[in-house]
Write a protein that binds this ligand. Structure first.
Ligand SMILES: C[S@@+](CC[C@H](N)C(=O)[O-])C[C@H]1O[C@@H](n2cnc3c(N)ncnc32)[C@H](O)[C@@H]1O
Length: 308
């Protein structure tokens, strides 16, 4: 489809029919295949903007509907799809939402799109803790969309969660997500750098969970255009070797964690050995372990603050 062509699917002021949407979807999927984009993403957009569920879309049963409740005009829908194909904007930003664990999370270009891999950090936090650990104060450092904070709030119903980010725009999205999922009173949001806003909680945290920026700076330009051109650099850039934020978190966490408190971070494939060695060199941690993701790659490292 040429974006400069007027859409042949404009329905004017009358409601769009299922047959018209079906025709648009066929053309959009063909254009996706031609430009190496997953044609399933068309349905992602339609689920968000046309209120159609996945099965209805897959079966094509909407085709016989007299009217489709599209929240934008067909021309606007087509424009969004052209932005996906032409500018490689991530479909999650265009749809404004992404599924993550059992949440449907609001996302914008101010936040990293929460990844399926990161869902596992919540299961890991559960596996590494006892009932007693799950009471008290937990932090999500670099909360972005709020994904980890929401996951922790749900998994640890008796804990108080604190979510920090240095991006006010990201915090606004995270707070909206907490409100939408009924978890606003379980999570306190703080604007600032890493542990800085948590002075009042020194020595009191039961656990720290973080998915910090960890991409080595010289690799940023090699990432997919969807990532490097559209996701916030602040969420990706881990400095020269990718470990700037992780080093900072292991150096500063001992002042904030309780003795025995959990330190748990996500990292990039290939960083686990360096991170476990750095943790050992601090002399402050015990039970230092790396953990694999579902694909079998070491993607997480956990440790416990040594007892005094
Ligand atoms: C990789 S993203 C993770 C976002 C979210 N936790 C997730 O897993 O989808 C890293 C986040 O760290 C935040 N960040 C970067 N530097 C920071 C700093 N100095 N203090 C607090 N947050 C920071 C970024 O704004 C971004 O939201």
């Amino acid at each position: 489809m040429d974006p400069s062509d007027p859409s042949p699917f404009l329905a004017g002021d009358r409601p769009l029919s299922g047959a018209e949407l079906w025709q648009w979807r066929q053309a959009a999927q063909a254009a996706a295949i031609a430009t190496d984009v997953n044609p399933y993403e068309v349905d992602w957009l339609l689920q968000a903007l046309a209120g159609l569920d996945r099965l209805t879309l897959q079966l094509g049963s909407f085709r016989s509907q007299e009217a489709i409740a599209l929240t934008v005009s067909l021309a606007e829908l087509d424009d969004l799809w052209q932005r996906r194909l032409r500018d490689r904007q991530p479909i999650q930003y265009l749809a404004g939402r992404t599924p993550w664990r059992e949440f449907s999370l609001r996302v914008s270009p101010a936040v990293l799109i929460p990844r399926p891999d990161t869902e596992e950090i919540i299961d890991l936090a559960c596996a590494l803790t006892t009932e007693a650990d799950r009471i008290g104060h937990w932090v999500d450092l670099g909360t972005g969309s709020g994904a980890i904070a929401l996951g922790l709030a749900q998994a640890f119903p008796q804990a108080q969660i604190h979510a920090i980010d240095c991006s006010p725009e990201a915090l606004a999205i995270a707070q909206q997500n907490a409100v939408e999922h009924g978890l606003r009173d379980r999570i306190q949001f703080f604007h600032g750098s890493w542990f800085d806003p948590l002075d009042a909680l020194r020595g009191q945290l039961r656990g720290m969970v973080s998915n910090p920026p960890y991409i080595p700076r010289n690799l940023l330009s090699t990432l997919q255009p969807e990532v490097v051109h559209h996701e916030p650099t602040l969420a990706l850039d881990g400095g020269e070797d990718g470990l700037d934020a992780i080093r900072h978190l292991m150096e500063t966490a001992p002042a904030y964690l309780q003795p025995g408190g959990l330190w748990l971070v996500e990292l990039m494939v290939g960083q686990a050995i360096a991170v476990t060695q750095l943790l050992q060199h601090t002399g402050r941690y015990t039970a230092i372990h790396s953990h694999r993701d579902l694909s079998g790659n070491d993607r997480f490292v956990s440790a416990r603050l040594k007892m005094a």
